[in-house]
Ligand binder design. Sequence first.
Ligand code: FES
Length: 286
Amino acid sequence: MPKQIAHVIRDIEDRTALDSLSGPAASLVNRVTEPTAVKNALSGGWLGHALHPVLTDIPIGAWGMATLLDLTAGERGALAARRLVGFGVLTVVPTAASGASDWAGTIGGTQRVGLVHGMLNSAATVLQAASWVVRLTGRRRAGAVLSGVGLGLTGASAYLGGHLSYANGIGVNHTAFEEPTGRWTDVAALTALEEGRPLRADAAGVPVVLVRHGGTVDALSATCTHAGGPLDEGEVDAAGCIHCPWHGSAFRLADGEVTRGPASVAQPAWDVRISQDRVLVRAANA
Ligand code: FES
């Protein structure tokens, strides 16, 4: 990363004054997304990975095409460009909602960078909305300038978004680099497992969480796919799901499916075998 950009990002990360804004904003977002249906819809569990990066393509693409038309098609492209600008503004609503939901679970420097990312996007959206209005009144060139500046802000914001994902690991599957063994591996004595109480074990270098219920045992990878929380420190509910202690994601013990976000990727499930009072696991479908 160029030194100047790294310096700017570090400066944002260290700027604790932003917390007076991000703290209350994150609390508000957490309250709004408290219902499981809302959280799941915005997180992307139904999609199999985070929803926000998918949605961001839509306004960025629409506004990018509008500016391309402004630059190359002149009056001939005026109507299409205006429609693209308006369409992009409309699609900001679900895009921002999914991003805010993801952001509300972050902390510290990451949350500050996310706040600036959101502020830049908000400013860009205002400019694009103004552009749409200006274009409606026939001032195409003024609208094109507003859109161009807005697109520039969107680009800067996208850089911060990329930093959050690829440098800070927000939204990535935290079990992606695990290599679960396909061999049956002895991980614990059955007697060490208390009914419904998670137990952490090691399966050839991969942490797993074991939960006993009745005569059977379920096993999932213990590192939460959302942000790496320790599932073995979470709680098991009556529906057979384990809740991550960090942000409250819930996973079905039987197969690792997400039943509540913010996690969007299922927890890796393990096959379990009981042999002579020992618990053995191997990667599911090995
Ligand atoms: S680490 Fe965020 S829900 Fe588990």
